[in-house]
Design a protein around this ligand. Structure first.
Ligand SMILES: Cc1cc2nc3c(=O)[nH]c(=O)nc-3n(C[C@H](O)[C@H](O)[C@H](O)COP(=O)(O)OP(=O)(O)OC[C@H]3O[C@@H](n4cnc5c(N)ncnc54)[C@H](O)[C@@H]3O)c2cc1C
Length: 320
């Protein structure tokens, strides 16, 4: 039997997390003795991009093309994935956590009765049934759940497994669908976040808080981000007062990020901010108050004035 992995992307570019999704499925496959890892990609993508998914463990890529996928409609995507699952008798679907994949999981569960577990943070344990760990209370705790349904959907948090890259190439099967599928909701306008690196996808994020004093000082955040190839983020009050755009607001009520490195500058470390960053691999806090709560959550901390520390840090990184 195969494991199906849904790969998210947009406008011909796959999300970086797609590599993690396949790496997770491949490692789960070793545990479950399912050696066929089928990646499903919906929309138009270059064959070379798709075949490279073999490097992360895909044994085959199914690419369904059609104008109908251009609008990223949840219903169209979930129906297509469910169709592939039914046609191929697939019992396990793996996706990386996002609002899109959570919605797809819910719809597939509604139609097929599948057991869906979201925020998964471990590979399956099949020593006694089928169990996974999932993160709860915005990452403050974890719980183990038994997944008993015949059809299972695992929606996995980023940074759950190490990326695997073998350099292998996977065969790509292209399927065309007609555009006469009924689309119930039509998107009539789009506003795109600016910036070269998408916050949700970034490997490194440099975020600024109220400690930066004003929007005119954001140059030191942007310089450090540029030197590191990072995306920029901010705390909620910073976007609330308009120092930074709302799409940069990180936290419980904003974007949840899971980069390899999150650098918080002049951010106190309120629980609502930490809820959006606590699945990052390494957290660094830069704050002039040694009692700032962020230091309790951080792996590394610098007690100092951001206006002195950041230019020096940026220069050092540039020289490396
Ligand atoms: C329902 C609800 C939801 C919320 N959701 C979110 C959310 O999603 N995201 C979020 O961020 N917040 C959220 N908040 C707000 C949150 O509680 C905090 O108020 C907010 O995170 C604080 O932002 P801050 O750390 O930038 O500012 P402050 O709390 O004012 O902290 C500024 C920090 O900068 C430091 N500092 C000052 N000067 C310097 C300097 N020169 N150099 C270095 N450090 C300096 C200070 O020591 C301080 O620690 C939410 C609140 C509520 C009630």
């Amino acid at each position: 039997m195969s494991i199906l992995v849904f790969i998210e992307g947009s406008e011909g570019v796959l999300k970086k997390s797609s590599k993690e999704a396949i790496s997770y499925a491949a490692q789960a496959g070793s545990i479950l003795n399912d050696q066929e890892i089928v990646a499903v990609v919906l929309g138009s993508y270059d064959e070379s991009i798709l075949s490279n998914l073999g490097s992360n463990g895909a044994t085959k890529v199914i690419n369904v093309e059609g104008d109908v996928f251009a609008e990223n409609q949840i219903g169209v995507f979930s129906d297509s994935i469910q169709g592939i699952m039914t046609d191929n008798d697939i019992k396990l679907l793996v996706m990386i956590k996002s609002s899109f994949s959570d919605n797809i999981g819910g719809r597939i569960a509604g139609k097929t009765g599948a057991s869906v577990v979201s925020s998964v943070i471990s590979l399956p344990d099949v020593s006694n049934g089928f169990k996974v760990n999932k993160s709860i209370f915005t990452g403050k705790a974890a719980t183990t759940v038994s997944v008993n349904g015949d059809i299972k959907v695992l929606i996995v948090n980023k940074n759950t497994v190490e990326l695997q890259e073998s350099g292998d190439i996977a065969p790509v099967e292209k399927i065309q669908v007609s555009s006469d599928i009924e689309v119930k909701i039509k998107i009539t306008g789009k506003e795109k976040a600016e910036g070269d690196i998408l916050l949700e996808d970034a490997d490194i994020v440099v975020s600024g808080g109220r400690g930066l004093k004003g929007p005119e000082n954001w140059g030191i955040i942007e310089d450090l981000a540029k030197a590191l190839g990072a995306a920029t983020g901010c705390s909620k009050p910073v976007s609330d007062v308009g120092w930074r755009p709302h799409h940069e607001h990180v936290g419980q009520t904003g974007v949840k990020v899971s980069p390899n490195l999150y650098i918080a500058v002049g951010i106190s470390g309120a629980i609502q901010h930490l809820a959006g960053v606590n699945s990052s691999k390494v957290l660094v806090a830069i704050n002039n108050d040694p009692e700032a709560p962020f230091f309790k959550a951080a792996d590394y901390g610098i007690v100092g004035d951001a206006f002195e520390v950041l230019p020096k840090l940026t220069e050092k990184i540039k020289s490396l």
